[in-house]
Design a protein. Sequence first.
Length: 407
Amino acid sequence: MLGKLKFKALLGAGLVAAMLAGNLAEAAPQAIGGFFKQIRQQSFMDRDERGEHEVLYQRFAGLAVDKELRERFPKLSAAIEQRTSADWARMQKDSVGMKAEAVQFRRESPNYYHPFAQDMDVIMRRADDAVVSYLEMEYENGAGAHGMYGWQGVNLNTMTGEEIALSAVVKDMGRFTDIIIAQLKKEHPDASFFDMETQVRKYALQGKLNWTLDPRGVTVYFNPYAIAAYAEGLLQTTVLFQEQPQLFNEAYLETAEVYAQPFPHYYPLITSLKDNGRRDVLSVNQGEGKVTVTLNGRKTDFAAALTNLQPVLVHMQNKDNYLYIDGQTQEGGRQTLVLKVEKGKVRHVGTLPYTFMHTIAVSPAEQQYWRFMTNPDGFYIDKAAKPGSSSTTDICAVGSDGQLMKF
């Protein structure tokens, strides 16, 4: 009970500090936590003259909020829950047609048959008391030559739950578009673009750019076939606030000093690690018995046989930066690497027997929840459990040395 009381006090500490500082509306944003995704998986089976077979594998991971966050920000919580419920209902509706198509595909092309797949996922980008921004991903694989996927940015006002328009963040959309085009050419010099400049300008004019509001800038995303061939994958580019401060509305230039930013390990994260306007590019990759972190083109390998990586950049008030990389071990459990990012290099701080995956081992299938660390000053994290066992939760913060502090 004492730990929970301390944690609730910690959640409100930023709010109190802002009030003591004077005008709450002018205070710098404070990071918030309490976001997670619940993972639902199911397989649909059928039977024909060749026997029983799988027709559709379905996985859904929608964004959800915990009790503390719902109490603090009811309008935001309602908006997120409504969106997640609508996505789940749409997925269930779409699955009816996909199952029928899979059965037909098996009859017509038995030599090429494979189960269809449908996957929805979500990852946070920013969470503070001004803005909540996250990415939704959808993937479908049917009878075509390859599956199709896409990412969609969602940007919400934390107090009202209303969607934020890019035009409210960017003052000069023409100049912003020019920068996006120039950066795409520079960052993806070998990409098979088709009529990229025209397409980007069309999306901008129609208000259809796909974007997220990050802790240190705005990232724009282009899904397969939007401006380039499918093989190029998702293309993205980031404009940092401190690179182009005159381009952005002043209300969005004030950002949280302390934050944690999850990001997919298979896409680079562009930020300013020292908040000095310098662009830093960070990526995390898994390999044979190792985890590789690349910082501004310099690679560092760490001996760790981890897969299914879930990295989080942790930015502290003194501008120290840490990477928390949650990964699955060869035995099926999980652990978290803690790395410090400093002076152009990355070094190992420790390996924690903790994970952000919360598991409830129940029959017939275990339930899984993935907690997003967005506020390093207070979050829930689980002691890693053996496969088939339920995990237990601790309340922690990131200490000055990058290690966990338990409450």
